[in-house]
Design a protein around this ligand. Sequence first.
Ligand SMILES: [Zn+2]
Ligand SMILES: [Zn+2]
Length: 350
Amino acid sequence: MRTLLEPRLMDPSSNEPGLVVDVRDERRALLFDLGELGMLPPRVLLRVSHAFVTHTHMDHFAGFDHLLAVGLGRMPRLVLWGGPDFVAQVEHKLRAYTWNVVHRYETPLAIEACEIRPDGRRRRARFDSASAFARTELPPADMADGDVLHEETTFRVRARFVDHEMPVLAYAIEEKARVRVAPERLAAMGVTTGAWLRELKHAVLAGAPDETPIELRWRDRDGEHATVRSVAELRPLVLDVVPGRRIGYVTDLRGSEDNVEQLSRLLDGVDLLYIESVFLDKDRAHALRKNHLTARQAGEIARRLRARALVPFHFSPRYQGRTGELVAEARAAWGGAAQAGEAEAPASPA
Ligand SMILES: [Zn+2]
Ligand SMILES: [Zn+2]
């Protein structure tokens, strides 16, 4: 079935960290980590509305400059999330350049940097290109739930800290619910798909009153059409509302019980888990020194989280040409969706 959020690793070889999540129907994308962004075409980067950074080791944050260079003068707004001191680190990045002409750009850019600390305190600031990225302090957005960083009608992003000899954010990306529409009923009603369909889905998910107007615009061989219908009139188009998919993005952590405990609170029963598998288990002592997981530890975590699909990534360069061993080791320890404790058919791994 068609999903709202479509994730993929930034690096097709799975070595570099980073996840792109397309928000379908909205021509918009979310990024998880800002590492080697040069692998993504500018048209993808220009769609980015939010970027969530796990921690600011270079392989996870050096791509900020690239995103900024692509977005300057073209991107109106960018929201960034990170851990302790992240707002200051974004500011330091911006201060490293000279901005004497940027205020003349046709599309001004507002960068909003948000941070969360292990004690739950939050901080937020805005940097506007119109004022040479001067810092404006903003009050942190109020969230009902302590681990929710970002929330929209159709999805939310939650995070918890894991230990990597420094605090690192592990992320859960959760579709709230999905509205399925019956295509044949569109034709029967004499309308075709368009941006209004997204508006209808949002109205249904948000529980909008029946009389809420939806403006329909569409184009066919007879030209442009526009009409207004109420949510009640359009509701028969909706086939059903089904639970959304949950995606985990977990990278840069040591193999410890405390970390598993944090991840269980965030990702128990996750549908699709992206998890670092940096070293082979025979190199476990080295993995411990580097504060990373072995592939076997990653698979064991996936099993304990009852993950329904597993994607190992962030392979150490020392295994160049044999990353298949890392994938096999992680999958063997996971045991597959058959052991995920679900009676229904398992999701196929992406
Ligand atoms: Zn890393
Ligand atoms: Zn790291």
